[in-house]
Design a protein around this ligand. Structure first.
Ligand code: BGC
Length: 452
């Protein structure tokens, strides 16, 4: 296998973790209407079925720093894939809602782990020239996972035990990740940090030209040495010097999640049902449309983030999401005078336009910015904290959505007005807190936070 092919193979195997993140969070959208029908779930049980994954992911993201350091990047991903296999099996055969929620909790644990360990593994193994693009590649894998889950929803909607097959389908990428992880090398950076320099050189020789491998090894060794001598203290993250990166890491996920993205990703069949589509195949077809727009628009971000810069895309995305969210809100508010047809056009159209603008901005930028803004010495801890907040905010939005949707805030569209308000605050956040990282090396960014 040539070196380039090997690199792409490694990235593809690791990205399967992103695909599972997308699949297992998205599948609930299409499975939920069938589960509700079978078990007559209350709104609260519905919220738990969706949000158990997010609670698991919160725990997983906090556990992952220690585990990734102790076990290594390969073994932590192997462990996560085993948990994915188990979680898929339990949710597919769950005899009661409690079992389903337990299985979803397990899946969440694995998602929390991979949302930290996969981008880190890719970044550590990729040559610096393509490192940035590969982080957005992770987001692309998430959106593909969401799309595949919706397609499974469509494929199995008419089958007996359809929702069980939908959950069971997650077994396939989980098994692929498991087998694939045995075939890829350990991260050279982790090997060096454990004193296994000879093994690190073997890996580097497999992915770089011989001269480059030695240079890379010397660089890694230097950074690892620096880290050892400068005694990392996680409390440093809360010092006033690092206030801006801390605010960026938490703020970007606050805006991303409270813009209501997962009200759409997890509940679009329900939203389309509220707009008069019923919960059957038409609502699922419209939901597949969400998945397609999401994936295709992420390709736009992959293409232009480095060329146009982060901030122009962020501004464009925020303005577009605010306008489309307000449109959805107005459509529900005036539904009686609009009539069913116009309500459908405005709400479904509004959701598609919203997804487009989200996918070119807040979607990839969340994961990209947290991988860029922190100094190396506390990057591991800071990234896992950012990822924890992502799941924490996601939990609150997703847990409250069906509860609020059942009140007048849902029927009169007020809930989308709240999301619009958050996005408008996001514009201030983009202007005053976020800074442009396009074209800067991670070392340049790090200099901004250097001690005086
Ligand atoms: C977010 C997820 C969201 C997905 C939608 C990701 O960046 O982290 O919460 O479901 O984008 O594509």
């Amino acid at each position: 296998m040539s070196k380039t092919v090997l690199l792409y193979f490694i990235a593809a195997v690791a990205a399967t973790g992103g695909l599972l993140f997308g699949f297992d969070t998205g599948v609930i959208n299409v499975a939920l209407p069938f589960i509700k029908q079978e078990w007559q779930l209350t709104e609260t049980a519905e919220s738990w079925a969706v949000s158990a994954v997010l609670m698991g992911a919160m725990a997983g993201s906090l556990l992952s720093v220690q585990l990734a350091d102790r076990l290594g990047r390969k073994r932590i991903n192997i462990l996560a894939s085993l948990v994915f296999v188990l979680g898929s099996a339990i949710t597919a055969i769950a005899p009661s809602p409690e079992w389903l929620i337990g299985g979803r909790l397990l899946l969440g644990l694995a998602i929390g782990v991979v949302s930290f360990s996969v981008p880190m593994y890719i970044a550590e193994i990729a040559p610096s020239e393509i490192r940035g693009r590969l982080v957005t590649f992770f987001q692309l894998a998430i959106t593909i996972g969401i799309l595949v889950s919706y397609m499974c929803g469509y494929a199995f909607a008419d089958s007996e035990n359809g929702w069980r097959l939908m959950f069971g389908a997650g077994f396939v990428p989980a098994a692929l990740l498991l087998v694939g992880m045995f075939m890829v090398p350990e991260s050279p950076r982790w090997l060096v940090s454990k004193g296994r320099t000879d093994e690190a050189l073997v890996v580097l020789n497999r992915i770089h030209e011989t001269d480059k491998a030695r240079i890379e090894l010397a660089e890694i060794s230097r950074t690892v040495e620096d880290q050892k001598t400068s005694k990392t203290d996680w409390r440093e993250l809360f010092s006033s010097r690092l206030r801006i990166p801390l605010l960026i890491g938490i703020g970007i996920f606050f805006i991303q999640q409270f813009s209501g993205i997962n009200a759409v990703i997890y509940y679009s069949t329900k939203i389309f049902g509220m707009a008069g589509f019923g919960s059957g195949n038409t609502a699922i077809m419209a939901t597949i449309g969400v998945g397609v727009v999401n994936t295709l628009s992420t390709l736009v971000a992959v293409r232009f983030l480095d060329q146009w810069g982060r901030k122009p895309l962020l501004y464009t995305g925020l303005i577009g999401t605010a306008v489309s969210l307000a449109t959805i809100s107005f459509a529900f508010y005036f539904k009686d005078s609009l009539g069913v047809d116009l309500l459908r056009v405005l709400s479904v159209g509004g959701v598609y336009v919203y997804i487009f603008f989200f996918a070119i901005s807040l979607g990839p930028l969340g994961w990209l910015l947290i991988s860029e803004v922190y100094p190396l010495r506390i990057r591991g801890f800071a990234t896992s904290l950012g990822s924890f907040y992502h799941w924490f905010f996601d939990f609150w939005v997703s847990f409250t959505f069906p509860l609020l949707a059942a009140t007048s805030l849902g029927t009169n569209g007020g809930i989308f007005m709240i999301y619009t308000g958050v996005v408008l605050v996001g514009l201030l956040f983009a202007k005053y807190i976020v800074f442009e990282t396009k074209g800067l090396s991670l070392e340049d960014i790090e200099k901004k936070w250097a001690r005086d």
